[in-house]
Design a protein around this ligand. Sequence first.
Ligand code: ADP
Length: 471
Amino acid sequence: MKRLSIRFKITLWFSIMLIAITAVIIGVILYINSEVLKKDIQGELITVVEDNIDEIEYYNLVQDASPDGDGDYYIEYNGGFLEIDDDFLDTVNGNYTALYFYDGTLVYGENPAWSETSDIYFEDSKVRTVKGSSDTYYIYDRKLDREGLEGLWLRGIVSSQSGVSRLNSIIKMLLLVLPAFVIVAIAGGYIIAVRILKPINYISEAASEICEGNDLKKRIELENGKDELHRLADAINSMIGRLYKSFEAEKRFSSDASHELRTPVSVISAQCEYTLEKPRTVDEYTQALTVVRRQADKMNKMISQMLEFTRLETNSDRYEKNKVDFSELIKLTCLDFQYIKEKNISLESSVEEGISVCGNYELLTRLVSNLLSNAYRYGKENGHIKVTLTSVGDEVRLSVADDGIGIANEDKEKIFDRFYQADKSRSGSGTGLGLSLVKEIAEFHAGRVTVESEPGKGSIFSYYMKKCEKR
Ligand code: ADP
């Protein structure tokens, strides 16, 4: 049973129930019908016998009788005559009526097939069921007590099977119509089951294809609809989407790690090899260790930034979005940078008060810090940095302007790519990941980053995002 398909199980269950219900219905209908039929047969028997009573008269002399038709029948009886009117129905619709003497002697009429019932005692005005050797009969007796008719009994008799032909036609109809309905219902149910379950087949085939082909870009595509199966397909699709993102991020992480970490590792290795070639002075060792430390710091920074990327790409849910006082965040970050005495650069800020955004505090701080670090790193000696926060319509605009080395036109697009550095010799401890992380954070907040720059004059990086709705 466990190996049967759901489609087959549904159809089987449906069919068994339908056949059982149909059998019960047929049974109930037949029972009710046979009961009604029984009452009908007995009622007709009583009517025939009662009607026939009035068709029998007794006369002392034949000439007293007033024949009203040629078919009247006369029998000598009790010193006089019995007149059986021609309206006397001795056989009608399977009902036989016969006149008996009280000792069971047949006086008039016939009892063709059921002579076996003639020795049954008489009982007045009561329908009885009598079992014969091959049939069951209903018998109805009436005692005739009018003058001259004493000692006579009228017996009506009918086979209980006399209505069977009527019942048979009902059974035939039921046996034809109901199974036809059952077959149509089962076929319909099967077709519906097939149609309902078709998407499941499709989903499992697509899932296996994705698994076998390792193609996480593929998605389960169903025709339009909003039922449970479509929701299941959506859930599987979003699961595959997340898996795809994770695998891609992992792949990128491994390839970035192996590619980008190779340079600092080579530098460290070369530096160590060179230093260990012969005994060195303390100054030489110090110099070598400084290089090693700088490269190690760079690797450390690179790894933590790469991890941050991976987390943002694969598990952005862990970064909750809340109402953030952006003005305050910028003021605090600027305050932290104020103490950097690098290149004697001065930092000035103009922050519009009370601007709130809906975002993640940690990520937004990282975005502002990255822009500020770059402004210092690529700023000129005794240069200036200006941070401005203003609201523009329903957006906020944060700009970080410096008067440093600037960026060539052909580099403006590329600097947001991972590990791209316009001028490696001037990027110092930079990793080439800062701006791509800024771009990723901006996208996470449905914002955007732009850059305006002129080589030798400086750059302005601007970040735009929606303001928080007033609550
Ligand atoms: P890095 O760690 O090298 O600074 P980023 O992704 O932060 O990496 O920046 C990428 C490149 O963009 C830098 O190497 C640099 O060439 C250029 N860049 C970024 N910010 C500035 C700036 N304020 N002025 C001039 N060039 C910049």
